[in-house]
Write a protein of this length. Structure first.
Length: 82
């Protein structure tokens, strides 16, 4: 089974590039099977990582970025491949 972890943050005004750079620099201790980084209008940054396991697996989540880079709390979701 495969689990996709989605991490999404909205940058503080004018800080989208810095937030993206910060997110791309975050590397878990063990690498995921796959990772993709995305951006969207409004300074949003999305990181999706794929891991072996199920929804209850203990997996390395991306941390919260420094507060000055974000406009709101980070959103996180877990999805199971079907």
């Amino acid at each position: 089974m495969t689990v996709a972890l989605m991490w999404e943050a909205k940058a503080a005004e004018g800080r989208g590039g810095e937030l993206l750079d910060w997110a791309r620099a975050q590397q878990p201790a063990s690498p995921p099977e796959r990772r993709e980084d995305f951006t969207a209008p409004g300074g949003r940054v999305l990181v999706i990582t794929w891991w072996p396991g199920d929804l209850s697996a203990d997996l390395p989540e991306l941390p919260d970025p420094p507060g000055e880079l974000t406009a709101r709390p980070v959103h996180r979701w877990r999805f199971e491949q079907v």
